[in-house]
Design a protein around this ligand. Structure first.
Ligand code: NAD
Length: 490
């Protein structure tokens, strides 16, 4: 049954001022919620309100341990509502319930981690070079904008909100139009945890209207963006106009390398999980698997057996491994890429079609797809598909392998499967990616920074020092001279 949603906008729960729209459950296309989109005027109101609220003693006057206490309460609030949030997230983007539960747990952990970082991070007394002492301190940047995609809302929202609040900022959120729910619920939990009114606003709606107005607003001091590279580049250009810092977590086309000595049981399971979990709608999806020619045939046979056994279906089922794609439009885009791969000379080894059966009829389902016979230079191996499509490529020579892996505009993540730690170290150093997974894939820790190189983005999220991304560093010089500065004396 569809629900009418209001949002927290400039300190009040209400409808935004733009047109009403509906969000849909990807499993069957039913309406999940109706809500109003925000307008550029709403953006201005939310940002002005946030600027006033952040200067009030109720926020600016809090000591770090007091802000930390609020973050701990947000973590507790997420855990208390954990199952409900996981179900809501499933309805928004169709991820299997097991995955959304893990995402909710990780969001709670993110707030707990940044609560700890908030009250333990230290400004520095730097080595003095004269009759003064020097201090490097950090202040909240001000009002920051957070813009997020639809694939893992609660996790990407938490990764921005937690460090921003820990740093003492105010946050204006622009969640993806089709998945506004998690940002709205996080705002509710934060309000109940003691975040003063006005410090968080959530503005659902179109990127070209709400996102654009947010990026351009003169009082927005930073944009934390996760999304596609094209949009990210546009934001970077606008940010340059006002010298505004950004973190840009963008797309990927991540290579996974299977070496001749790899434990094939592990490698097959890792490659399957790396590409087909989240239906491949993941920036770090391992979408190009380079397999050493000596084990290629065996790896391929085992991989295809694994693909056959994957449980595609209803995201509410505990046993489902792969749910639907997010909507029919996105499925059509994935289908175009598969056709392109075949036109480019690829051979279909698995999938490439919509699954058959009554349970799949109304959802945006697609089968896990494997294609071989493509050169790494084809569009299918170069462009981000953001779906359950794996290109299988054999390799022989290590230097050529590294060149192929790096021959891509993206540089988000990579995986290496080998029993030899020296091989892993050598390859990992040569790969131009922000993350390297060795004998594992797609595992995450909030205590380790995350981000890309090349067209996969700039800036880092997570990690203890992620909090500093939301601060302005200020240097202090404290003079210790007993007498006036010499040149000024007569
Ligand atoms: P998208 O770039 O289309 O949208 C992301 C967000 O930006 C949405 O909220 C959207 O409304 C907003 N937006 C769109 N146009 C805008 C504009 N002109 N100004 C400001 N904001 C605007 O991406 P998507 O389709 O929602 O998500 C998929 C993409 O996200 C993929 O490319 C994926 O790789 C990437 N992604 C990256 C990471 C990462 O951490 N690197 C994580 C998840 C997803």
């Amino acid at each position: 049954m569809s629900e009418k949603l209001q949002t927290l906008l400039a300190g009040r729960w209400r409808d935004a001022s733009g047109p009403e729209y509906a969000t849909e459950y990807p499993h069957d296309g039913s309406t999940v919620a109706t809500l109003h989109a925000a307008t550029a005027a709403d953006v201005d109101e939310a940002v002005q309100c946030a600027e006033r609220a952040r200067q009030q003693p109720s926020w600016a006057g809090l000591k770090r341990h007091e802000r930390a206490a609020i973050l701990h309460r947000i973590a507790a609030g997420i855990r208390e509502r954990g199952e409900e949030l996981a179900q809501l997230q499933r309805l928004d983007n169709g991820k299997p319930i097991k995955e959304t539960r893990a995402l909710v747990a990780s969001a709670a952990g993110t707030f707990q981690f940044f609560a700890a970082a908030c009250e333990t991070w230290e400004d520095q007394l730097t080595p003095s070079r004269g009759d003064y002492f020097t201090l490097s301190a950090h202040e909240p940047l001000g009002v920051v904008g957070a813009i997020t995609p639809w694939n893992s809302p609660i996790a990407s929202e938490a990764q921005k909100l937690a460090p921003a609040l820990a740093a003492g900022c105010a946050v204006v959120f622009k969640p993806a139009e089709i998945t506004p729910r998690m940002a709205i619920e996080l705002a509710r939990i934060a309000q109940q945890a003691g975040v003063p009114d006005g410090i968080i606003s959530v503005l659902p709606g179109k990127g070209s209207i709400v996102g654009d107005a947010l990026v351009k607003h003169p009082l927005i001091k930073r944009i934390a963006f996760t999304g596609g590279t094209t949009v990210g580049l546009g934001i970077a250009r606008l940010a340059a106009e006002k010298l505004m810092p950004t973190s840009l977590e963008l797309g990927g086309k991540s290579p996974t390398i299977v070496c001749a000595d790899a434990d094939l049981d592990h490698a097959v399971a890792g490659v399957l999980y790396g590409i087909f979990s989240s239906s491949g709608e993941s920036c770090i999806a391992g979408s190009r698997a380079f397999v050493h020619e000596s084990v290629y045939a065996e790896f391929k046979a085992r991989l295809l057996a694994g693909v056959k056994a994957l449980r595609v279906g209803d995201p509410s089922s505990e046993s489902t491994q792969m749910g639907p794609l997010v909507n029919p439009g996105h499925r059509a885009s994935v289908e175009r890429y598969v056709q392109l791969g075949l036109d480019e000379g690829g051979q279909l080894l698995a999938g490439g079609v919509r699954p058959e059966g009554a349970q799949f009829e109304r959802g945006s389902y697609y089968t896990p797809t494997v294609i071989e016979g493509l050169s790494n230079s084809t569009r299918m191996c170069q462009e981000e598909i953001f779906g359950p499509v794996l290109a299988l490529l054999p390799w022989r020579d290590e230097a050529d392998l590294v060149a192929q892996c790096n021959d891509n505009v993206f540089g988000l993540a990579s995986g290496i499967w080998t029993r030899d730690y020296k091989t892993a170290w050598r390859l990992g150093q040569a790969l131009q990616t922000g993350t390297v997974w060795v004998n594992t894939y797609k595992v995450f820790s909030v205590s380790t920074p995350f981000g890309g190189v090349k067209m996969s983005g700039t800036g880092r999220e997570k990690g203890r020092l992620g909090i500093l991304e939301y601060t302005a560093q200020k240097s202090w010089y404290w003079g210790l001279n007993e007498s006036p500065m010499p040149w000024a004396t007569a």
